[in-house]
Design a protein around this ligand. Sequence first.
Ligand code: OAD
Length: 236
Amino acid sequence: MNTYKNIVVLTGAGISAESGVDTFRDADGLWSRYDVNDVATPEGFQRNPTLVHEFYNLRRQAHKTIKPNAAHFALAKLEQNFQGAFVLITQNVDALHKQAGSKNLIHMHGELHKGFCIFCHAKVECFENMSTETSCTSCKRTAGMRPDVVWFGEMPYHMDKIFDKLSECDLFISIGTSGTVYPAAAFVADAKHAGAHTLELNLEPSHGISLFAEAIHGKATEVVPAYIEKLLSAQQ
Ligand code: OAD
């Protein structure tokens, strides 16, 4: 194992699967039960905001009983104990990385527990249900609150910062993502371009597998803690 100075980790739905969070594209995933155009696009929200609120309300309610797993905790441990630079970019909107103790965390697709007002753009915390009747705590108007989740056709958050981090990293680890949604699916190519070692940790080979220098396939709760233990021992 090499020693590294600058690590970027990207996570996707697979890291939260063993906590009981649905993935998107697995056989029983969310996109087998919902039409992505209905619940994850600005046009879908315009057509039927009630359906979209219901979709995210269900996920917010389900979140009340789930807990971070060994893979989330291992990443928090890596951040705490690694001597060099570390950043965790997640495509997930759940709060499990935060709950596990990760601090240097970028939610590129937004957060389930936040909403924003389409009229005044105020952002608010949201732990309960949201509806077309919810009024904005800032401008007081109703019918303008939406989940603070990046939908298809919208620009993910913090892209400048993310590209800066990718251009500086010497180890890029992708965990639990199918590698189908851009721009995240291209981060491995950006990291490779920067000269980083690239590693995939996923249940099965992702769509982007050919871009990675190394891959370890298995359950996140097994492969992530095992790899991180080795990584931390090599740095001492
Ligand atoms: P996907 O559902 O596309 O992929 C999940 C990946 O996790 C798959 O490759 C699975 O094989 C893997 N997986 C499942 N269980 C696992 C486990 N226990 N351990 C390790 N890996 C496991 O989810 P994402 O790649 O995160 O965006 O999807 C990316 C984006 O597409 C999401 O952020 C969301 C979605 O549409 C938006 O909603 C904008």
